[in-house]
Design a protein around this ligand. Sequence first.
Ligand code: SF4
Length: 440
Amino acid sequence: MGKKFFIKTFGCQMNFNDSERIKGMLKTLGYEPTQNWEEADLIILNTCTIREKPDQKVLSHLGEYKKIKERNPNALIAVAGCLAQRAGWELVKKAPVIDIMFSSFNMHQLPELINQAQAGYKAIAILDEPPEDEHKIWEYPVERDNKYCAYVTIIKGCDKNCTYCVVPRTRGKERSRPLHSILDEVKRLVDDGVREIHLLGQNVTAWGKDFEKPIPFSELLYEVSKIEGVERIRFTTGHPRDLTDDIIEAMADIPQVCNALHLPFQAGSNRILTLMDRGYTKEEYLEKVYKLKEKVKGIAMSTDVIVGFPTETEEDFEHTLDVLEKVRFEQVFSFKFSPRPGTPAAEMEGQVSDDVKTERMSRLLELQKRILSEIAKGYEGTVQEVLIEEEKNGELIGRTTTNKWATLKGDKSLLGKIVKVKVNKASAFNLECELLEVLR
Ligand code: SF4
């Protein structure tokens, strides 16, 4: 019987893509995936520090998973990701059941770490800086959950210093993946039936700036679009500061680039944006959005917002609502500010009470609900292109180029096809459609 692994992933798309690569590595080592941790020989928790109290959450999972060792004393437990990077040995002291620990810098060392742990040592690989051979990670295959849409990590780390964020500490400086390595992976993916490529990074729009001979991100978009079989291109997350005109032009010019962009604005007040060290003003952000909307017709915007950043007043918060009204985002990921240990914002005077954050958050959600229902009405009766990703009991599920979920009647033969549909009924999160034509 081959060995089995179970992986639990927390957090963002980057973490999910890291987990897909860990799964690919483990398969090359002869491990098979299982959905049941109780039968695993290796359990991996790929952690995140963005949510509140990540340590407690991970410790509580470890408390449960450690029971595996009663049945299978050789089973190994690993903790990976941002919490591993931030907490390191502290976490191992609290949970001695951990056999292996590695951050995103050390993912490529997993095979050696497993060997060390199997030999009875604690295998802990936590470095302050990414090692020189970090690029080896790109040589491993990726085990994807979605057959038609694939994430491709193009840059790791972040050079910005947003005062609330732990990413520069947990994922390090920006390191762009070489162009040929990205294009090779995209070619393999389309050969494998993938139709939508989702370029991923903490700050994708900064890709290529750290090369000896810098390459603009817009050029990467053109290069990916030239690969035969690439039907759609998305990218996440862009920083407003790095969203230059050439990127906007490329988005308008390249037919495969989807009509959607996630552009976090975080707060509407210029005073709060300065405290966050975001490097742009409300007016500059809006100017970029208006330019995008003018050049990329019908583009759907999505964003991240932090409510209740230290010292945020009612007037500051109203600027946030104003940005929502002006941009009319199709998706808003809103979070109440919660201090992350070691970040400047955690130490700032003027922390906002939870009651105030809750009250502001509910107003923001109320406003967004109204905007979403108005946007939904606008979809009704329109014709859209949908990439079919899933079939469940005679219902097909896919996404429009504006990243809206759509459902329609149909069978499995349409999986992976791009179809033309008419939207009969639209709600905030779903479009009920009928099939008009199979396009490709
Ligand atoms: S740009 Fe994003 S990842 Fe980078 S520091 Fe700011 S919030 Fe964190």
